[in-house]
Design a protein around this ligand. Structure first.
Ligand code: CU
Length: 150
């Protein structure tokens, strides 16, 4: 009887350890993009992003500049399924989780957000831009591609 108890106990421990390793579901592929630059350039870095269908992504968007910038793409929003967007504080700790469809983010200087999503339908050269006054004209445009047969 004691043996069965210890066997059950160790099974519970092993199971909880396995879950502890990934408390937030499947592992996402991390992709980084920044809006603006530390020296004030009006651009996205990189200017183009490519995602593959059937893959789970964590898109990390940071604003290293001293301006406010938008990450806006109406087309992107209709081609993906957003699981959540996490907003970080200065220490990198999540302070807000947002759920539901999102197509427009405004990032204050120094901000960092993490966008967790699944690319759903193919997209070629989906427009990404910053709609802060004059920024698009100064080059704050980019493109997003969604590829894959799945
Ligand atoms: Cu901008």
């Amino acid at each position: 009887m004691k043996k069965i108890f210890f066997l059950a106990l160790s099974l519970i421990l092993i199971t909880s350890l396995a879950y502890a390793e990934k408390p937030h579901g499947p592992k996402a592929i991390e992709v980084n993009i920044s809006v603006g630059t530390a020296d004030g350039q009006m651009k996205f870095t990189p200017e183009s992003l490519t995602f593959e269908r059937g893959t789970y992504y964590k898109l990390v968007i940071t604003n290293p500049s001293s301006d406010e910038h938008y990450f806006t793409s109406d087309a992107f929003a209709t081609h993906i399924f957003t699981r959540k967007v996490e907003v970080m504080d200065k220490e990198g700790k999540t302070i807000v989780e947002i759920h539901g469809a999102i197509n427009d983010l405004e990032l204050k200087p120094g901000a960092r957000v993490e966008w967790f999503f699944f690319p759903m339908t193919k997209g070629n050269d989906l427009k990404l831009f910053c709609h802060k006054k004059g920024h698009e004209a100064q080059g704050m445009v980019g493109s997003i591609n969604i590829i894959g047969d799945l």
